[in-house]
Design a protein around this ligand. Structure first.
Ligand code: UGA
Length: 459
């Protein structure tokens, strides 16, 4: 395979754009990250990373000679590969809003040259968007030539919080488009496909990792693979949660049940962790996105709708459990541990903790919340919510009537739980992430299971 370093332009410096930039620079390519957000670009030029993602900063800083940051779209002139990594947030009716993508295409269009350039969609986009990008370029790019300019769909499968490992050691690389363009993309990813790069110290290669599979397909199938993968994972989590609810009624233990079913290699263990349900910017948007796509063709997708409903019910179940114990929320002091939608990220998009805090405040509770990294961001993005930020995790317990574990941060496992519950007004813990391993001198409600064993044993 070709070893030629490529000239890459990346439009959008969010999670996906920065992750892609870090990966491609590490693979030896020259990468220019472009964004309309002047503040963000200035931060990146000062080598400050605007998001929290373990290991990302180190990887970007160790490859600075390969990386340039700019707000100037003319930088795409030099690029042979142009990645579009902008956000596609859901609009009010659930369909993905493509305005950022359209703006990105319009901004790059004047700078397409006469040489071969591959435009790569990494943003999660509705099926058919690849063709839309071709049509936009035909309209807006004076030099557009279908024999040298190709659009490729190359969906991203990284998870926030483990973006580095997921990018460097993927299960598969999905490429949709015409053969010439896919050959080009394979040369971009050659060091990744062959695993010939030096693993960074912050993300060593897993012991039993084998090279990624490469899936060559059409634009439409690649776009569908992305949606279907996220929807299936969301479905798995909702399935575990639905079974967990029944476990609570019949006295079964969801963890033993998922261990038991996961041992069937057709099912597997991953994404069966029952709890507060999924949040984040992807599962909700992508399940809704598929349902909307079906609706356009008068095609119902009842399984996905059920997964969404079960997910919403998980959040309400926390409130129901609190009401069962406390009868009313009025004047009750409730502590919330964890605000980010999952551990190891400061991302607050569709975080279950948001719904909980909002509902608790509406019901008249006095809420104190803590998160190891997302508190400052929450103070900006959730300023309209009625809650106060705790100075540390211990503070959410002080004189509280109940504490909810909303995000399973590792550092919460290390807390001195017995000492902390002793500071509560009423020792009630709603462990909605099944983080605790042993009973406490407190009432503890988990999801789909009851804690067994010795009170106060180490976590
Ligand atoms: C998800 C996919 O896992 C990635 O493959 C995909 O690239 C990404 O969306 C995307 O489309 O950009 P992400 O949303 O970052 O990644 O996080 P996940 O680790 O998938 O978790 C999603 C939510 O599901 C979290 O709220 C998490 O707490 C919840 N979850 C996950 C569970 O409740 N139980 C589980 O067993 C697993």
């Amino acid at each position: 395979m070709s070893r030629r370093p490529h000239q890459i332009a990346i439009l959008g410096t969010g999670y996906v754009g920065l992750g892609t930039a870090a990966l491609l620079a590490h693979l030896g390519h020259h990468v220019t990250g472009i964004d309309v957000d002047v503040c963000k670009i200035e931060q990146l030029q000062r080598a400050e990373i605007p998001i929290y993602e373990p290991g990302l900063e180190k990887l970007l800083l160790s490859n600075t000679s390969q990386l340039t940051w700019t707000t100037d779209f003319s930088a795409v002139q030099q690029a042979d590969t142009i990645f579009i990594c902008v956000g596609t947030p859901p609009s009010a009716d659930g369909t993905p809003d493509l305005q950022f993508l359209q703006t990105a295409v319009a901004s790059l269009a004047p700078y397409l040259g006469r040489k071969q350039q591959i435009i790569v969609n990494k943003s999660t986009v509705p099926i058919g968007t690849g063709d839309l990008v071709v049509r936009l370029l035909e309209d807006l790019a004076p030099e557009f030539d279908a024999s040298v300019h190709y659009v490729v769909s190359n969906p991203e499968f990284l998870r926030e919080g483990s973006a580095l490992e997921d990018s460097l050691y993927p299960d598969r690389i999905v490429l949709g488009g015409l053969d010439t363009a896919l050959d080009h993309m394979i040369s971009v990813y050659a060091p990744l496909i062959e695993q010939s790069f030096t693993p960074p110290a912050s993300a060593p290669r897993p012991e039993r990792y084998t090279r990624p599979a490469v899936v060559r397909t059409t634009l439409q199938s690649a776009e569908m693979i992305k949606y279907a993968a996220n929807a299936f994972l969301a479905l798995k989590v909702s399935f575990a949660n639905e079974i967990a609810g029944l476990c609570e009624h019949v006295g079964a233990d969801i963890e033993e049940v998922t261990t038991g079913i996961g041992l069937d290699s057709r099912i597997g263990h991953r994404f069966l962790q029952a709890g507060l349900g999924w949040g984040g910017s992807c599962f909700g948007k992508d399940t809704q996105g598929l349902i909307s796509a079906g609706r356009e063709h008068a095609y119902a997708m009842p399984i996905l709708q059920a997964a969404i409903d079960v997910n919403a019910r998980q959040r309400q179940m926390v409130i129901n459990k609190l009401l069962r114990h406390l009868r009313t929320m009025k004047g009750k002091r409730i502590g919330v541990l964890g605000m980010a939608f999952k551990p190891n990220t400061d991302d607050l998009r569709d975080a279950p903790a948001y719904t909980l805090i909002q509902r608790l405040a509406e019901l008249g509770a006095v809420v104190t919340a803590h998160d190891p990294v997302a508190m400052a961001r929450a103070e900006r993005e959730w300023s309209h919510l009625k809650y106060s930020s705790a100075v540390n995790a211990a503070q959410v317990f002080q004189r509280a009537d109940a504490v909810i574990i909303a995000t399973e941060w590792d550092e919460y496992r290390q807390l001195d739980w017995e000492a902390l519950v002793a500071t509560m007004r009423r020792p009630l813990i709603i462990d909605s992430r099944n983080l605790l391993r042993h009973p406490l001198t407190a009432q503890v409600e988990q999801v789909g299971r009851e804690l067994k064993g010795t009170i106060g044993a180490a976590l």
